[in-house]
Design a binder for this molecule. Sequence first.
Ligand SMILES: NC(=O)c1ccc[n+]([C@@H]2O[C@H](COP(=O)([O-])OP(=O)(O)OC[C@H]3O[C@@H](n4cnc5c(N)ncnc54)[C@H](OP(=O)(O)O)[C@@H]3O)[C@@H](O)[C@H]2O)c1
Length: 211
Amino acid sequence: MAGLPADFMQGLEHIQLPPGSRILIHGGSGAVGSVAIQFAKRVKRWYVTATCSPANAAYCRKLGADAVHDWRDAAALPKLYSRQPFDVVFDVVGGRTTRDSLAYLKRRGHLVHVLISEANAADLLWMYLKGLLGLGPRLSMISVHPNGRGLGAIARLLSAGTLRPPRISATFPLERASEAHAFLEGSRGPRPPGKVVLQVAHPVLASKAAS
Ligand SMILES: NC(=O)c1ccc[n+]([C@@H]2O[C@H](COP(=O)([O-])OP(=O)(O)OC[C@H]3O[C@@H](n4cnc5c(N)ncnc54)[C@H](OP(=O)(O)O)[C@@H]3O)[C@@H](O)[C@H]2O)c1
């Protein structure tokens, strides 16, 4: 389960919409988005549109995206979709992407947001209140609170083959965590897409391997 953004499902699983409902997943090629695509497609059976770089479009389609859009051309999204707005927008990008999403989200649609910070808290609170009053989309904000129930649900979907974990671009032992940071910051050139995993040596397994 290394690299799996474990609690992202909280934001999608409570949304009760019929198969065929339309979701836009921003950042579909990333760790969170790649699992959200699979969950929306295979568990919810929704029609999935994802944003990513053109180089990652095939990856998103393989995960189950029905349509893919280049995030660098995000200005085209309102034109393309304001007449056929989405039921759900899943946002891992924040800022302008969140605000622009309102132009192609149904008025009583769902905006699922995974990035809560001091910088956007006031904006999000305002959107949340408008949603409660029926004046805008309903906003769900996800923050990770690891819990046994969530991890158990993910483990079952993984063992059933319904979900596949996100790509892993590199693995470092915990003692080399500073190298992992350097890798993420690109000091050795551009990093390939995917999660970077820190491996924690398990004392029992390590002693069995040594004996
Ligand atoms: N709230 C939570 O519980 C929670 C949990 C996990 C992560 N997060 C947050 O969620 C965010 C995404 O995490 P991640 O691990 O999925 O990141 P990631 O693996 O680095 O993926 C980033 C995604 O965003 C796309 N992207 C990059 N720059 C963009 C831009 N300017 N506009 C639109 N799309 C852009 C990338 O597309 P390409 O690579 O195809 O260009 C990729 O699909 C992070 O900020 C992380 O902190 C929150």
